[in-house]
Design a protein around this ligand. Sequence first.
Ligand SMILES: [Cu+2]
Length: 494
Amino acid sequence: MLLSRRQFLRATAAVGVLAPTLSSALTSCAAPEDVPKVQFGAALPIPPLAESTVQGGTRVFALNAQGGKHEFVPGKPADSMGYNGSYLGPTLRARRGEKVRIDLRNQLSEETTIHFHGMRLPAADDGGPHQMIDAGSSGSPAWTIDQPAATLWYHPHPHGSTERQVSLGLTGLFLIDEPGAPQLPHTYGVDDVPVIVQDRRLDSNGQLTFDSSGNSLGTLGNSIAANGVLGATLKVSTERVRLRLLNASDGRWFNFGLADHRTFQVVASDGGLLAAPAPVTRVQLSPAERAEIVVDLKPGEQIMLRSFAPELGSVNPPDAFGGGKDFDVLRLDASASLTPSPALPSSLTTIPAIDVDGAHIRSFTLNGRNINNHTMDMNRVDEVVAKSATEVWYVDNTSAYQHNFHVHGVQFQLLDINGAQPPAAMRGWKDTIPVLPRDRMRIAMQMPAYADEQHPYMYHCHVLTHEDQGMMGQYLVTESGTGPSSLTMEGMQH
Ligand SMILES: [Cu+2]
């Protein structure tokens, strides 16, 4: 049975349990208690591909948002939420050009939404905080997929309770395929493997908690889950494996690398393939960012995918608020004999640079829990943009704390970071970028092609605690680029 929000908060208020390896990760907690040390070896579960039917030319997926129990710690089932199961959700998969519909039944005891993170789609189908689905009700967002092959994801977005619903397990991947894809490992669950990485804050009873207790980073966990399992291990049977990494944590930055510091290739960012594979030894992801990486393996070897101490900006202390730890994520166990994999192509796709000549320029300043000195107001329209216009947005973090920045309804290009060219792994399509203290980012994008004076898109910090605290704004897309400064809420919320 699920607890109400108030019951849940009461039940978790006194909790302050730490794993020995992350004992300073939380700055204002009760005395640490031992959490069993995680042994690697449990098989990495592969989220099933969601079944679909084609109805009148539309590919239809059916999802149930439901409560359940999930065992992070054996023998200690935790209250959880999932889509079509007790934790996480199936992987949705569709091709560019297809019309899709997602029939979501809300079987939770509370309202929710389903947001399609990274998708270009009409605002009314985006599943933001205005598209609430009551307990016991259903919603059916539909649109035509019109963007490159990518690893996107879906999750709830109810204003003020996003962190709790996502933390409890409402998270799944949405893969877009495209004809003419370059030759990369592509057998789902074999050499093309989704890896949803979350730091989970578990108490001594193995229950999920999400009390940020004044930590400026939001909730930091004491355990690391890959596809919902602590100490996960992937048996690899091919010479190369493609890992689709999603940072689905509340507030933790990951800096992924292999334990022996070997070079691997980043082949895709949030919104699709890079122009060419980017050889790196680390790829850093803030909450909600994705990277697809290809790792070469030798027969019989074991190698750990690790998150090393992330770079959190010069303003922060080295282990800012406990966000600077390193820890193991996923062990890769290569078979004694490996099936040969084709060589990686030297070029992957074409990413035309957005022509920013004459672009409309806007500025967004992150400070405290504010964006441009405001917290979220569901009735206020913060920006009005013209349909399909090219825009350049400056995003400045004037605070001493790290944030990130996500824009709904678009994929953008990161033009520069403090005037400098971004690293190769960030030169593809993005929908979420880290904005470290004192950083100024400049992004360019073509605004959505769907004009709608009633339904806004969101932009916000994706540290879920910050988002719930109101670090979010709304933009409307209209034909002319002018429009109302407030919304009539009547009939919109339900
Ligand atoms: Cu933030």
